[in-house]
Design a protein. Structure first.
Length: 279
């Protein structure tokens, strides 16, 4: 049995939508393999699935690896603890460029978010292809960056969230006490596509290991500006029932916060590689 999905590109470098997905077949291995192939090619993939059930959401997640039970975000419960609820009414926000949980030793490889409640205007999400951003660097810059590593740290963003009254002091202390930080290469090789990608973000990346702080700041500042060029990106205007799956290894994302005081509620599953270290 074979499955051939109709996939339409939405961006010049990243982003596509599946036009003919049958929700009743979403659990089938052949369908999941076709979704994975489209994701590897396009890095961010839109599925129009307004009637998607939590068990179907998890079926997609489990195809890619081991779905995460998030440390501090609420979840659906009742057997669906791996589906996290991201609700602006609870103060949840992600309006900054980042890889999900890059401060872990082995961050999630794939994230998938399903739109439940949307504001009347705004609330778009943007993604950046870090493979395309790497490809656009000069050969000399690529040579310089290869072999360098940078620190990713959760504490800075949490301190900012506390100052903005986005998190409670108790939640802040819980996260800070975990001391979540890790050293990752600045350039990674995607394990499936084989493409190289820049791996850094202005949110979690604090400094390049082995460089003096002014040197590190200068290099990171250049790379952040370079990566945020519009031709490397894709912006999605959500419709209720849309699910976007993106490759967290090679893609940055930013959920634009331009809809207050309206509500935006999403259900998300983040997926670890099987057997990955999560400490």
């Amino acid at each position: 049995m074979s499955s051939s999905l109709t996939v339409h590109s939405l961006g010049t470098r990243i982003g596509a939508e599946v036009l003919d997905l049958d929700p009743s077949s979403i659990h089938l291995p052949v369908t999941l393999a076709a979704i994975e192939a489209a994701l590897v090619e396009h890095e961010a993939l839109v599925l129009h699935v307004p009637d998607l059930k939590p068990e179907q959401h998890l079926a997609i997640a489990r195809h890619f690896g081991e779905p995460e039970v998030h440390t501090f975000y609420p979840n659906l419960g009742n057997g669906f603890e791996q589906i996290t609820v991201i609700d602006s009414k609870l103060g949840d926000r992600a309006d900054m460029w980042h890889h999900d949980e890059s401060f872990l030793p082995s961050p999630p490889i794939v994230t998938m978010t399903h739109a439940q409640i949307l504001p009347p205007v705004g609330g778009d999400t943007c993604w950046i292809s870090m493979t395309t951003a790497y490809d656009a660097l000069s050969e000399r810059m690529k040579q310089y960056l290869n072999g360098l590593s940078a620190w990713h740290d959760m504490n800075g963003p949490m301190t900012a969230a506390l100052r903005q009254n986005v998190v409670t002091h108790e939640r802040y202390l819980d996260v800070i006490n975990m001391n979540r930080r890790h050293l990752h290469p600045l350039v990674i090789k995607h394990p499936v596509s084989g493409r190289k990608a820049l791996y850094l973000s202005p949110t979690y990346t604090t400094h390049i290991d082995g460089l003096a702080l002014p040197e590190s700041d200068a290099v990171l500042a250049y790379l952040h500006v370079h990566c945020q060029q519009i031709q490397f990106g894709f912006r999605h205007r959500w419709t209720v029932g849309d699910m976007v799956i993106w490759d967290n290894r090679s893609v940055l994302h930013n959920a634009i916060l331009d809809y207050q005081p309206h509500q935006r509620r999403m259900q998300r599953a983040s997926v670890f590689a099987r057997g990955a270290c999560r400490a």
